[in-house]
Every structure is written in C-alpha cells, then in structure tokens.
Design a protein around this ligand. Structure first.
Ligand code: T5A
Length: 210
C-alpha cells in the first residue's frame, strides 16, 4: 500500500481557504483518492482545545513565545494522533494550515526568530513536510474585509493590518525558499476564477503524487 500524501492550504485571513478546500476535496473524491480533512491549530480533541486557547480574545496580552509553544503543542498531538496514522494507512490528509503558518504568523507577524521555530519544527515534525502546499494569495485588506463580513474576529484576526502585511510577506518568503512544494493561486479575483486556477494546479500536480 502507498503512503498517503499530505496537502496543506495556506493564506492570510479570509483569503478563501475553507471555500477552496471544498473544491479540493471534490477533486480528490472524483479521482477516487481516499482522504481526510483537518485543520491547524486543531485536528484532535486536545489540539482543538489548544486552538480555542490560542484564538480566544482575552484581556491578558499573550506572549509571542507562549503562542508559538501552544501552536506546536497542538501540532505535536495532531501529527502523532491524526496525521501520521492516516498517512500510514494510505489515506491522504488535507490540512487547513500547517507549519508555514507558524513561520508567517509567529515568525514574521510576531517577530519570533526563525531559528527558534526551526528548532521546534525539527523536534515536533522531524523530516515530515507537506507534499504539496496550495497558497492562496491576496492583499490582507481584501481578506480581512471578507473575514469581517462573515463572523466576529478572533484574537489573531484583530492583530492589525501591519501584522497581516508581515504575515503575507512571511508566506512569500517561504515560497521563495521552497518553490517546488508551493503552488500560488491569486485569490484576489472572483471565486470562479480562483477555482479555475486551483483545478488547473491540481491537474498539473496530483498525478505526480499518486
Ligand atoms: N495560526 C495558525 C497561527 O498563528 N499559527 C499557526 O501555526 C497556525 C496553524 C487559524 C488562525 O490561527 C493562526 C492563523 C489564523 O489566524 P483559520 O480558521 O485557519 O484560523 O484562519 P482564517 O484565515 O481565520 O480562516 P477563515 O475561515 O476565516 O478564512 P478562510 O477559510 O480563508 O476564508 P473562507 O473560505 O471562509 O472565506 C471567507 C469569506 O470570503 C468569501 C467566502 O464566501 C466567505 O464568505 N470568499 C470570497 N469572496 C469573493 N471572492 C473570492 N475569491 C472569495 N473567496 C472567499
């Protein structure tokens, strides 16, 4: 049996990850590829509890390092209890965010040294990396306007536009570092056009993962 593949979706707030995730899962289902869907932070009961702690608006300022450690604590649980067992069983895992988000949000957004993130990444993941990362790109003003219109903002979503611009720059830096793994999709355009780019990317990349 072939090991499953690990696909992640990334992007700034409100860029359309959830919407595009449904296009991706429709595509995998049509191709008869067994898959599960998950998200970060989260993906197991304990990791979802940590997610709630990370995202809850609160009066007490959250130390960037505390935020980083919570995100990696959730990830350690998620990898051991959910991601690896599914991949080992031949099931593909589709995750709404993974460690690229940590480099973008806690690294570039909060200003934590990349070396500290790399150390935790090695400890928690070893050599494990996504096989394919779909990065939805759009100016943060557009994403935040979409997120604003949809629901109350969580703690990270209220971090401000400068923060979001640093997050986007962080993602773009990751892409230049790992150009083979990433596919960039322009998510600033109308949804049918975003979907068309996503499907074209999947047509080009999924075959080579099988
Ligand atoms: N985080 C996460 C860290 O700080 N470090 C980490 O290591 C990790 C893993 C997680 C938060 O945690 C942080 C990052 C995040 O702040 P989340 O739920 O993954 O939270 O992130 P959000 O970006 O908040 O997800 P959202 O669900 O808010 O946004 P989506 O999924 O990107 O957007 P979606 O699909 O819900 O779309 C938003 C709205 O826009 C519309 C949709 O219909 C919807 O109403 N829309 C469009 N409208 C017009 N044109 C388009 N092209 C559109 N695409 C979508």
């Amino acid at each position: 049996m072939n090991r499953g593949k690990f696909i992640t979706l990334e992007g700034v707030e409100g860029v359309g990850k959830s919407t595009n995730l449904s296009y991706l899962t429709d595509y995998l289902a049509a191709a008869n590829i067994p898959f599960v869907v998950t998200r970060e932070p989260g993906g197991t009961p304990l990791a979802e509890e940590i997610r709630a702690m990370v995202l809850a608006p609160r009066d007490e300022p959250v130390a960037p390092l505390a935020e980083l450690l919570m995100v990696f604590a959730a990830r350690a649980q998620h990898i051991e209890q959910f991601i690896v067992p599914h991949l080992d069983a031949g099931t593909w895992v589709v995750s709404d965010r993974f460690t690229d988000a940590t480099y973008a949000y806690q690294g570039c957004g909060r200003g934590i040294d990349t070396a500290a993130i790399l150390e935790l990444e090695r400890l928690v993941q070893g050599a494990m990396q996504p096989d394919l990362t779909l990065y939805l790109d759009c100016p943060p003003e557009i994403g935040m306007a979409r997120a604003d219109a949809r629901a109350a903002l969580d703690r990270i979503e209220t971090a401000g536009m400068d923060f979001m611009n640093r997050v986007r720059a962080g993602y773009l830096a990751r892409i230049s570092q790992y150009p083979q793994r990433f596919v960039t999709i322009d998510a600033s355009v109308a949804l049918p056009q975003v979907k068309a780019q996503l499907i074209a990317a999947l047509d080009a990349r999924i075959g080579s993962l099988l």
